[in-house]
Design a binder for this molecule. Structure first.
Ligand code: FAD
Length: 316
């Protein structure tokens, strides 16, 4: 079976869930090999990758890779593509990995498919485009395909892989050292799941009314084990931190369930959440644009609807 390289997403040594999704998908396309780029590799990381089907793990456990912005990862992958001739390279469709993918495509003279939500035999990918409005089927026709897959597009399935380690050294070029990472913003590690990986997201908009009232959105999220998101109007107004903004200039989420409370449904917000499997909106204006693309809509004041919803959920 052809080898499929999977670029591992990791934070503080922990393998992120999207990597397990990529490994699950890679198993359907060939034999998955995980590529660990950056510091923090550990026996726990190895076990997690092997438990999800990684037959090989290429380990470049190097602080130098972690210290510079994206380019060293593209150099590492280009080196592996040249040496191993894989059938495809899978990365997560996150902002950073998509940039790695673009740089890699130039280096290996191939093409990138972004915002992929599924891949069939023949490496034909289903891409979600125009802010999720249309799905198209595409294939890279030149070189090794690089496929950036959206988080939450593939359900994780465990399957034992050999997890055979191979140490890889990459001589990071001076060009790749152009942009050094001065400081990483520590992601808030609360009890809630990470926004881009969450299975359920509850987002609040300007209609929530204030930072204090965002507590209600958090309470609903916690009753469902969900992450909290926000519209740009809400983050600009200081109701919630910018790092939780969903949309064109914020984060892209693809949860199983997205609940939007007090959000009008502007195209820029829609761009970040439209691929959610089920969308529920709570809005007091029955003509709000969001009702045009939701699965379920509640017309009402969120300050009365959300507490009732929380009560109902907590009863179950
Ligand atoms: P509003 O449009 O003001 O809507 C508030 C909604 O709440 C209304 O529909 C109202 O009926 C409802 N409401 C009010 N009170 C209640 C209540 N008590 N109960 C129930 N409903 C209530 N936006 C993003 O979200 N993410 C982005 O990444 C983003 N990027 C952008 C990039 C560019 C270049 C531009 C130009 C804009 C961008 N925007 C983005 C902004 C976007 O155009 C909208 O302005 C924004 O999404 C509106 O946020 P909102 O729906 O919370 O606010």
């Amino acid at each position: 079976m052809s080898e499929i390289l999977v670029l591992v997403e990791h934070v503080e040594g922990q393998v992120k869930k999207v990597t397990l999704e990529l490994l699950t998908l890679a198993r359907k396309l060939g034999t998955p090999s995980a590529v660990w780029a950056g510091a923090g590799y550990s026996p726990e990381a190895k076990a997690r990758l092997a438990e999800h089907g990684a037959e090989k793990i290429y380990v470049a456990d190097s602080a130098e890779i972690s210290d510079y912005v994206v380019a060293p990862k593209a150099e590492l992958l280009a080196q592996l593509v040249a040496e191993k001739a894989p059938a495809a390279v899978l990365v997560a469709a996150t902002a950073e990995a998509k940039e790695v993918a673009g740089r890699l495509a130039i280096k290996i003279d191939s093409g990138v498919l972004t915002d992929v939500v599924g891949v069939e035999d023949g490496l034909v990918a289903e891409q979600s485009i125009f802010g999720g409005g249309i799905n198209v089927r595409s294939r890279v026709t030149k070189g090794t395909p690089i496929i950036a897959v959206r988080p939450n597009a593939t359900p994780v399935e465990a399957a034992a892989g050999a997890g055979a380690e191979e140490q890889v050294t990459v001589a990071v070029s001076d060009v790749a050292k152009a942009a050094r990472i001065a400081e990483r913003v520590k992601e808030e590690k609360g009890a809630r799941p990470e926004l881009t990986e969450a299975v359920i997201v509850v987002s609040g908009g300007r209609g929530v009314g204030s930072a204090e009232k965002f507590g209600l959105i958090e309470e609903l999220a916690d009753s469902l084990g969900a992450a909290v998101g926000a519209s740009r109007a809400a983050t600009d107004a200081g109701f919630y931190p910018h790092e939780f903004q969903v949309g064109q200039t914020g984060k892209t989420v693809s949860p199983q369930l997205y609940i939007a409370a007090g959000i009008s449904g502007a195209i820029q917000h829609r761009a970040g959440m439209q691929t959610a499997k089920t969308i529920v909106a709570i809005n007091k204006d029955d003509e709000a644009p969001i009702f045009e693309f939701v699965d379920f809509g509640v017309v009402g004041d969120l300050h009365s609807v959300v507490p009732q919803l929380i009560d109902e959920i907590n009863k179950r």
